[in-house]
Design a protein around this ligand. Structure first.
Ligand SMILES: [Zn+2]
Ligand SMILES: [Zn+2]
Length: 303
């Protein structure tokens, strides 16, 4: 026998499970309705044989994660849309002007079709037996307007908001120059000190026992996924919008009009596939209605 065989250790990836008593909730914060062309490259496009295809649309769930972590306290993963996305408010740059928060075009393209009292962020947290006032930290996978709107509840609270530095810088550039399709809103970034931004540069950040962030650019330059190792229900990976819907992952089908850096998206996807396999992880996609709904209905919480 080759002597090197004796040098092999038992195959394992060192990874901690979350402490005893950790609970993970999936919050339903309402839904949007969009043309599938935003989500899947090439769909709904015309051809010679089908010059006027039917433009299929899809319902997307707005989701957030709430983790009761015995060491870190109550942790929120992303925050959904703002409570009132149509509200007019004063523009910071031109004080006499009133602007619509999401803009008429965004409201027309991505209407919020489901948003009742139970979908409001404070109510969704309350339904888990917790209070939004007890949130100790927020992790932002990325800062698009349908993920960062709920930061409005955390102005002047001092709650740390963890986000990759590349995402924060890109969001400031995009909002400040009105670039990248208006997907970032300056009002949600609050760089005047009202929000406690905590940026990091690491490609892998172990934020707390059993909670790890990985930089996975592609959909946005600073997108991070969240891995959570639960002792009873196993490993979950919150992919945020690296994958809007399960077809992006299962068929390796890139986003449509929401794709930015294809090469990075492919590389991030290869990494996530390896990670998923290594940990036999369950993926929670950014907006897949059926996957999130199934997980919410299957268990009250995961532990
Ligand atoms: Zn999104
Ligand atoms: Zn996004």
């Amino acid at each position: 026998m080759n002597s090197s065989v004796h040098q092999l250790v038992k195959a394992s990836i060192p990874a901690y499970a979350c402490p005893e008593g950790t609970k993970m909730h999936i919050l339903n914060l309402g839904s949007l309705n969009v043309d599938e062309g935003w989500l899947l490259l090439g769909v709904n496009s015309s051809s010679v044989s089908n010059p006027s295809p039917q433009n299929k649309r899809r319902d997307l769930m707005i989701i957030a994660g709430l983790i009761e972590h015995p060491e870190m306290g109550l942790v929120l993963f992303e925050t959904g849309c703002a409570d009132d996305i149509t509200k007019v408010c004063h523009s910071y740059t031109v004080p006499s002007t009133l602007i619509v928060k999401w803009g008429h075009e965004a409201l027309d393209l991505f209407p919020r079709i489901q948003y009742g009292a139970a979908h409001r962020l404070p109510a969704a947290i309350e339904a888990t037996g917790n209070s939004i006032d007890d949130v100790k930290a927020i992790i932002m996978g990325h800062l698009h307007l349908d993920h960062a709107g709920g930061l409005e509840y955390f102005r002047n609270t001092g709650v740390p908001i963890y986000v990759h530095e590349e995402e924060f810088k890109h969001a400031c550039w995009a909002a400040g120059t009105n670039s990248d399709g208006g997907l970032y809103l300056g009002e949600y970034l609050d760089i005047d000190g009202c929000l406690n931004w905590q940026t990091f540069n690491d490609s892998q950040l172990d934020l707390a026992t059993g909670l790890t962030l990985y930089h996975c650019p592609g959909h946005t330059p600073g997108l991070c996924i969240l891995q959570i190792n639960l002792s009873k229900n196993g490993t979950f990976i919150w992919t945020t919008d690296q994958y809007h819907i399960k077809e992006n992952f299962e068929q390796n089908h890139a986003h449509g009009w929401l794709l930015r850096d294809y090469r990075s998206w492919v590389d991030s996807g290869k990494f996530i596939r390896r990670l998923q396999k290594t940990f036999s992880a369950t993926l929670i996609f950014g907006h897949d209605f059926s996957v999130a709904d199934g997980l919410i209905k299957a268990q009250k919480y995961y532990e």
